[in-house]
Write a protein that binds this ligand. Structure first.
Ligand code: MMA
Ligand code: CA
Length: 197
C-alpha cells in the first residue's frame, strides 16, 4: 500500500516538468500538493461566446426562413400571411351576421384590411374561391360613416368607382370584387366567409 503511494509520488515528480507539483515526502509517503498553476488566458472564452452567439443567430435566421415558407405552404390556397396577420377562408358563405359569428367562433374577426397589401391578400384568396367576401366594415351605426367592427373609423379604403352608393337604401356592408375594389352591399346577401387572425 505505502509502496504504491511512493511510486505514485515519484511518477508525479517525473511528470512535473510543466505543471509544478509537490516533491515526494520521506519514507516514500506522498509529499504536499504543488502550487496552483498560472491562470489560463481569458480571451479564448470571450471568443468562444461570440462564436456561439453568431452561430445561434444564424440558426435562428434559418429557422425563421423555414417557418415562413412552411406557413405559406400550409395556408395555400385558402389563406395568406401578411406580417403578423393571417387571412383565411374555409370556402363557406353566409350573410354578414353569420360570417361575423363564424370568424369570431374560430377565434378571429371578419377580414378587415388596413392597407393595400392586406386588401390584395384578401382579393387573391377570394379569387381562388371565385367568390366575393364581406369585410369587417359597415356603416350600420351612422349611415355614410364606415367603421371597423371595433367602432374605429376606417382610414384605408378601396371603393370601386361610384361606390359606396347605398343603392336601394340598405347597403351597409362591404364586399370585395374580384379586382379588389369595394362595393357597399346588403348585409343580408351571402358572401364568402373570410376571417383574419
Ligand atoms: C348592384 C349592387 C350595388 C352596386 C351596384 C353597382 C344594382 O346594384 O351590388 O351595391 O352599387 O350593383 O352597379
Ligand atoms: Ca353599392
Amino acid at each position: 500500500m505505502d509502496r504504491d503511494k511512493g511510486l505514485e509520488a515519484r511518477e508525479r515528480v517525473n511528470s512535473c516538468s510543466v505543471i509544478p507539483c509537490g516533491i515526494p515526502g520521506s519514507n516514500d509517503l506522498p509529499g504536499r500538493d504543488g502550487k496552483e498553476g498560472p491562470k489560463g488566458e481569458k480571451g479564448n472564452q470571450e471568443m468562444d461566446l461570440k462564436t456561439h452567439i453568431s452561430d445561434l443567430q444564424a440558426q435562428l435566421k434559418a429557422l425563421k426562413a423555414l417557418s415562413s415558407k412552411t406557413q405559406k405552404v400550409l395556408l395555400y390556397p385558402s389563406g395568406m400571411i401578411i406580417g403578423e396577420k393571417i387571412f383565411k377562408t374555409d370556402g363557406s358563405e353566409g350573410n354578414f351576421e353569420i360570417s361575423q359569428a363564424a370568424c369570431s367562433r374560430s377565434g378571429g374577426l371578419l377580414a378587415s384590411p388596413r392597407n393595400s397589401e392586406e386588401n390584395s391578400a384578401i382579393q387573391q384568396i377570394a379569387e381562388r374561391q371565385n367568390k366575393r367576401p364581406f369585410l369587417g366594415i359597415n356603416d350600420r351605426l351612422t349611415e355614410g360613416t364606415f367603421m371597423y367592427l371595433s367602432g374605429e373609423a376606417i382610414r384605408y379604403t378601396n371603393w370601386s368607382t361610384r361606390e359606396p352608393n347605398d343603392s336601394g337604401g340598405e347597403k351597409d356592408c362591404v364586399e370585395v370584387y374580384s379586382d379588389g375594389k369595394w362595393n357597399d352591399k346588403s348585409c343580408e346577401k351571402k358572401c364568402l366567409i373570410m376571417c383574419e387572425y
